[in-house]
Design a binder for this molecule. Structure first.
Ligand SMILES: [Mg+2]
Ligand SMILES: [Zn+2]
Length: 300
């Protein structure tokens, strides 16, 4: 069986980005990083670091310095219960002062060569994997539509990449997001096998939305529709855009009664909670949806 992985940026993601770090005594881990990485490790994810180190091309430190720093970091993380499966580094920079590294390479992120090399060497199941970083270029592997992206922190607010991603304020949120997504992914089959005919997706979680749509297309479930409110999303046959206002109307109590055994609502707010107390199989928050899917498989 192939392995799920989390592709990790290093600076600004595992450690605080102080600029061109290569001395162990200057390494400071990001808040929550150790706890989250150790959870991801126990959940069975291979942890793989993919990092641009233009400091090498700029002559600030050598490849040897990089390697000895990484040896220290990997041992230190190991002491903290975290296994790093591999680390991949681009030392290049076009126009750099150290001529050896003045290369227009295929490995500097946002290029994806290092991700694919890592995936090959560690036998990675890309569809079950995540990329996490503080810059969009750390998520460039997500453009092929398999790996899910998580942007950590509040940087790069003005850029909109051409692939779905989730923004998480900190590591704690990122961990929750991965847990929910992976359980959700495992249990998509259950959504599609129950009596659901319409899935009303009222959430800003594009990763989950994309996964739902892909699953729907793959399985050619012609009797299921997803209603959603992403106006810019690719609206396939069974994927219907409806105006957010209209969506609220569709949730009108009586319509819901009429549809209650045919509709599953996935929402990350509980604003419909009051209404839905009256309707079985109704509105759930993302977490509730995951939990109910997990526990609804008794026997049949
Ligand atoms: Mg970074
Ligand atoms: Zn490179």
């Amino acid at each position: 069986m192939k392995n799920p992985a989390v592709f990790l940026d290093r600076d600004g993601t595992i450690n605080v980005d102080k600029g061109y770090l290569y001395r162990p005594n200057e390494c400071e881990y990001l808040d929550g990083a150790i706890e989250a990485l150790s959870s991801l490790d126990s959940l069975g994810y291979r942890l793989i670091i993919v990092t641009n180190q233009s400091g090498i091309a700029r002559g600030f430190y050598s490849e040897e310095d990089y390697r000895s720093f990484m040896a220290w970091m990997i041992a230190d993380l190991k002491d903290k219960g975290i296994n790093i499966s591999g680390h991949y580094c681009c030392p290049h920079l076009k126009g750099a002062i150290v001529k050896k590294y003045d290369v227009e390479c295929e490995c500097r992120k946002p290029k994806t060569a290092l991700f694919y090399r890592a995936a090959f060497e560690h036998d990675i199941d890309m569809e079950q994997s995540f990329a996490i970083g503080d810059r969009f270029r750390d998520l460039s592997i997500c453009k092929d539509g398999q790996v899910k992206g998580i942007l950590l922190g509040s940087g790069e607010e003005d850029i909109q990449p051409a692939f779905p991603y989730v923004r998480c304020a900190d590591w704690q949120e990122a961990l929750e997001c991965i847990k929910a997504s992976s359980r959700f992914h495992d249990n998509l089959a259950m959504i599609f096998n129950n009596s659901t005919k319409v899935i009303l997706f009222d959430s800003l979680d594009r990763t989950l939305f994309t996964m739902l749509c892909e699953e729907l297309r793959d399985k050619r479930k012609e009797n299921i529709e997803i209603w959603h409110s992403f106006s810019d999303a690719d609206s396939g046959e069974h994927i219907k855009y409806i105006e957010p206002k209209q969506m609220k109307k569709e949730l009108d109590l009586y319509r819901l009664y009429e549809f209650s055994d045919r509709i599953t609502v996935i929402s990350d707010t509980d604003q419909y909670g009051g209404i839905m107390n009256y309707v079985k199989n109704g509105v759930m928050t993302l977490e509730e949806a995951v939990a109910s899917l997990l526990y609804s498989t008794s026997g049949d």
